[in-house]
Structures are given as C-alpha cells and as structure tokens.
Design a protein around this ligand. Structure first.
Ligand SMILES: C[S@@+](CC[C@H](N)C(=O)[O-])C[C@H]1O[C@@H](n2cnc3c(N)ncnc32)[C@H](O)[C@@H]1O
Length: 296
C-alpha cells in the first residue's frame, strides 16, 4: 500500500507551533508520524504527517479540524510517496542506536553490543523512546556527560515514555530515580523495560502530569532533572521544575526544535538557571542547564 504525505508549507517562525499541534494530535502513532522538514535552498518549511493510504481520509479530517481555529488559511497539500518495503523499513527502525556511551537495541541485536558499551534493551512498542529519535539520543549523550562530571545523588525523568532515560541513569550510577509520565500505558511499558534490563529496584515509576505534588511525595529535590517533552510545556513548567532542583543541580531538556531553543533557554534563565551546552540531533536540540547557586 502506498504511503501518503499530507503537508502544509509555512515559515520557520510558525513551523514549531504547527509541529507542536500536530505532535499532540498524532503523537507517535505507528502510521501517522508528524515532522517538520526544511528546504534550505528555497527557505521553505513544511510540516508533514506521513500515513498509509487507507488512513488518509481520517487523518485529513483530523488535520482540518486541528487547523480550523488558528491556521484555517493553510492549504493541506498531498504527495504520494514511492512504494516502500514496510518489513525492511520496520527492521531498519529497530537497528541499534549509539549515543554517547550507550547503545539502545532490540533483543534480536544483543550480538551488536561491544565490551565497553552500556547497553539498554528496548523493544519498539507502545511508548516513545527507542533511542532513534534525535531528542532521546541527545538526552542519552548529555546524561553520560552530566553523571560523569557532576554530583548526582538522585534523578527525575519527567515524561519517561519507554523508561529509556531513567534506565540510562541507573546503568551509569546506582542512585534513586523517579520516572513519571502522564500516560499510564507508558508507565507500564517503562516498568517492563526496566525489568528486562535487569533493574528490579532503584527506579520508582509513577503516573503523574507535570509536577503534580502528590506524585512526588518524599522525592526531591533532585540533582538531575531530565524532561524530554515539547517546548511549550517545558517553558510553562520552568518555575516548578526549578523549584524541584537541588542547589548546583543539572537540568536536561529536549523535545525542542532548533528554532525554539532561545525561547526555552530564556524561560529557564528567568527561573535562575545558567545555560551550559546545547546539542543538535536531526533538527532537534537538547539543552543542558545548571542551577546558578553552587556554580564556581
Ligand atoms: C517525547 S516522549 C519522551 C520519552 C523518553 N523520555 C525519551 O526521551 O525517549 C515524551 C513523554 O512525555 C510524556 N508527557 C508529555 N507531557 C507530560 C507531562 N506534562 N507530564 C508528564 N509526562 C508527560 C508523554 O506521555 C511521553 O511519554
């Protein structure tokens, strides 16, 4: 069956906002993947949703509904993509990914793990975070640096998805980790992934939206907070997130398009954090910030 791309042409300034909307609407559904692409030669941004042909009608209706409030003038364009070998494509999606010291792989690729690798086994499933997305890979890379170079006695993984980042912290250091997600299915998947990675204690998984106070109970403040969610909620929660950070603590933020990075950094500077480093992976950025207090 052929694959269809429905897309709108936009500007760099609006691409992030449109992608946020589409990502919230479609998430990481198997057959409807939202993404922005830039044609640098023509300075044109396209926000696209990919799907199989039999999904097109339903997805077009959802897009029209989504744009009807603020983007009614956008014309939804259509492209039929060349036929794809879906089996080969899905296997390709499951190839191991290396990020910093980590390799994230499926159970069929255990033989790809080398002696010095920190291996995380994740099956592609119902929660985000197989390591293939630039945001997850970016977080893994920065986690490696932070846990090696800073004092990390505990950590919070907000929006844990598959649990990959919480598992990564715990593989580097035996510190208590709190892993939360708004989605109960993600939390169940993450618990299973921790077990299949041999982690039976040390990570507490909870269903919680943002910094919902009852979920945190006795936890925190944290030496390390990782949040790979979208730019807009990250900016909104900056004061709460910083309130849960220990003096001298580090924050790793992702889910941010390159064009949105300054707004996110400004929100966290305003909440008292200093920017340390930004890294890029496939158009997405991961930002490391540190608490002003405790800096030398
Ligand atoms: C982009 S995925 C990241 C998953 C994983 N941490 C990774 O880096 O691959 C974002 C996750 O955050 C969750 N999420 C979104 N908004 C949230 C919120 N306000 N509080 C907690 N979790 C949230 C989503 O359900 C999703 O599982």
């Amino acid at each position: 069956m052929s694959e269809i791309r429905l897309y709108v042409t936009t500007t760099e300034a609006l691409a992030g906002e449109i992608l946020d909307l589409m990502t919230v609407c479609f998430g990481e559904e198997d057959l409807a993947i939202a993404t922005t692409e830039v044609d640098e030669k023509n300075d044109v941004w396209e926000a696209s949703v990919y799907m199989l042909a039999d999904e097109e009608e339903a997805i077009r209706a959802r897009l029209e509904d989504l744009f009807s409030a603020d983007f009614a003038d956008l014309e939804i364009q259509r492209e039929v993509l060349p036929d794809i070998d879906w089996i080969a494509k899905s296997l390709e999606g499951l190839k191991p990914v290396r990020a910093g010291r980590f390799i994230v792989h499926g159970s069929h690729d255990r033989d790809k793990v080398r002696v010095n690798d920190l291996a995380i086994e994740i099956e592609a499933g119902q929660a985000f975070g197989t390591g293939h997305h630039g945001t997850t890979a970016g977080c893994l890379e920065v986690i490696g640096d932070v846990v090696r170079s800073r004092t990390v006695r505990n950590a919070l993984d907000l929006g844990t998805g598959s649990g990959v980042l919480a598992i990564a912290v715990r593989k580097l250091k035996r510190v208590p980790v709190l892993a939360t997600d708004i989605d109960p299915i993600a939390v169940a998947v993450a618990e299973g992934n921790a077990r299949s990675n041999g982690i039976v204690e040390g990570i507490e998984f909870r269903v919680a939206p943002g910094f919902h106070s009852t979920a945190f109970g006795e936890y925190g403040p944290f030496d390390l907070i990782i949040a790979n969610i979208l730019a807009r909620p990250l900016m909104k929660m900056a004061p709460q997130l910083v309130a849960h950070l220990a003096p001298g603590g580090s924050v790793i933020l992702s889910g941010i398009l390159a064009s949105q990075r300054w707004k996110v950094i400004a929100a966290y500077n305003g909440a008292g954090l200093a920017h340390v480093r930004t890294i890029w992976r496939n158009g997405w950025v991961t930002i490391h910030l540190r608490h002003g207090r405790g800096l030398v």
